[in-house]
Ligand binder design. Sequence first.
Ligand SMILES: Nc1ncnc2c1ncn2[C@@H]1O[C@H](COP(=O)(O)OP(=O)(O)OP(=O)(O)O)[C@@H](O)[C@H]1O
Length: 285
Amino acid sequence: MQRPAGPARPAGVHRRGAGGGGDPTTERRACRLLPPGPPDEADGVRNVEVVEVVDLVKCYPGAAVRALDGVSVAFGPGSSTAVMGPSGSGKSTLLQCAAGLDRADSGRVLLAGQEIGSLREPRLTLARRGVGFVFQAYNLIDSLSVWHNVLLPQRLAGVRPDKAWAREVLHRVGLDGRGHERPARLSGGERQRVALARALAARPEVVFADEPTGALDLAAGREVLGLLREAVDQLGTALVMVTHDPAAAAWADRVVFLADGRIVAELHDPSVERIAERMTAVSAR
Ligand SMILES: Nc1ncnc2c1ncn2[C@@H]1O[C@H](COP(=O)(O)OP(=O)(O)OP(=O)(O)O)[C@@H](O)[C@H]1O
């Protein structure tokens, strides 16, 4: 299932929620928000974003500046978004808050239309069931086999794992027959593929990935990006990916740029060059 090395970003990826069809010259604009308006006239059903954050503010205790300073952004089904910005601009904080792993001081986070701000355990865990995570450090448990790592999030959430799907996911990420191995015996790229399989095994509506290729060499990084792209294209998963790498960001349909805890720019269907250019401009602010 690996995508062969090819162009930095596969073509034909305009999708709902990804800003597809947006005017590429309109690079700096507010992110699209779920309109609080009436139901969709065509079918009487209101479109629900997979994840929506509204006016998020977050200040860590003792910090002089806000890590997030009024961020509003929505992620639709089958969309892929790269989040970029200088170090300390709030990228990881946005991911953590949008995923319900950390709480903002104010603002709203909605997962599949459900506001999670006031939820306590176990309801919060239930609301997060549709959320998968892929972190640079993999967060794999070395005392467990690949197979048990992949099933762990569902077991922790009290959900009976779908083993047939877990096997299919391991197959898709190219780890057929490797389920019995310990993560420590795998290469960095293979461990990242396990992390991806673990995220996808729960059939998430959204995958949050924090620098998923940061620790990988070029070939392994491309492979992981290809797999993420497949999840978006074939499974309709929403992908939100923090990256410092313009080539990785170009795999996404949309790039949002953060600076000082705010969204300051947005590119749709961008090239590596335009991303790098914009990144330089944002960093020079
Ligand atoms: N646990 C924490 N306690 C205090 N301050 C924090 C904490 N985590 C992040 N910060 C601060 O919040 C701001 C945003 O940090 P964040 O990690 O979200 O940025 P980032 O854009 O992901 O940075 P990087 O690219 O370096 O990972 C920074 O000023 C950072 O120092």
